[in-house]
Design a binder for this molecule. Structure first.
Ligand code: FE2
Length: 231
């Protein structure tokens, strides 16, 4: 009989307060943590943006906020483990940003590009990151208007060695119909590696996530859903 408790993990989250466009305060982060636990999560990757000129995060800013928030979470008796990470915006500064995060960098790196374009130079950066021994996880490709047009982009990136993270709320239709259709296509073609909430605040009703969970289960089955939310 199965009795091992397996962690349910959120792979993309902006719960750390005050360091990007996510949570604005400790109290909002605590509200987010409560929602996450109610949804069934017990581990989350804290992935604040690292974006030159906007969010100049590094190992120190991320680790500090992560330790501080973890303390508050435990004091509030919430059973949620925080893992420090980041969401790296792919531009010409990516190598420096990776060095700035050397204390918390893992083999798999969550990366994002622009939403309204997908410049050719991104391929060169992704190849370089792979050649450096890392695995780029492309964040929410279903939200990109170029990638949405053709599944062959993602097939190419998977073959190249990238992994794919999609946002749970894309399935609910939060970002629009095209995003909803495209995540469905990615899921049924088995092109997704990880799901994430990409939660920026405690404002989205919990029912939206729950509805999205059941819509995703209806596409990939319960076992498929579990494999996308487990480490
Ligand atoms: Fe994000």
């Amino acid at each position: 009989m199965e009795s091992v408790l397996i962690a349910m993990i959120d792979f993309h989250n902006h719960i750390l307060p005050g360091i990007d466009d996510g949570s604005s305060s400790i109290s909002e982060s605590i509200a987010m943590a409560k929602i996450l636990v109610e949804l069934g999560y017990n581990e989350i990757h804290c992935t604040p943006h690292i974006m030159s000129g906007f969010y100049n995060n590094n190992s120190k800013t991320i680790k500090n906020q992560c330790q501080k928030l973890q303390q508050h979470i435990y004091e509030n008796k919430i059973d949620l483990k925080l893992i420090p990470g980041f969401e790296l915006y792919l531009d010409e500064t990516y190598k420096k940003k990776m060095i700035d995060c050397e204390d918390i960098i893992q083999k798999e790196i969550l990366v994002e590009g622009p939403i309204r374009s997908w410049p050719d130079y991104l391929d060169m950066i992704l190849i370089d990151i792979i050649e450096r021994g890392y695995i780029p996880i492309i964040a929410h490709p279903e939200r990109n208007i170029v990638l949405q047009k053709d599944l062959s982009y993602i097939k190419k990136y998977r073959t190249m060695g990238c992994e794919i993270q999609c946002n749970i709320l894309s399935m609910f239709g939060t970002y629009g119909k095209r995003e909803q259709n495209y995540i469905e296509e990615l899921l049924v073609n088995n092109l997704v590696n990880y799901l994430g909430t990409d939660m920026h605040s405690a404002k989205v009703p919990i029912s939206h996530y729950q509805e999205a969970f059941s819509m995703i289960r209806s596409k990939v089955g319960n076992h498929g859903f579990m494999s996308l939310t487990r480490g």
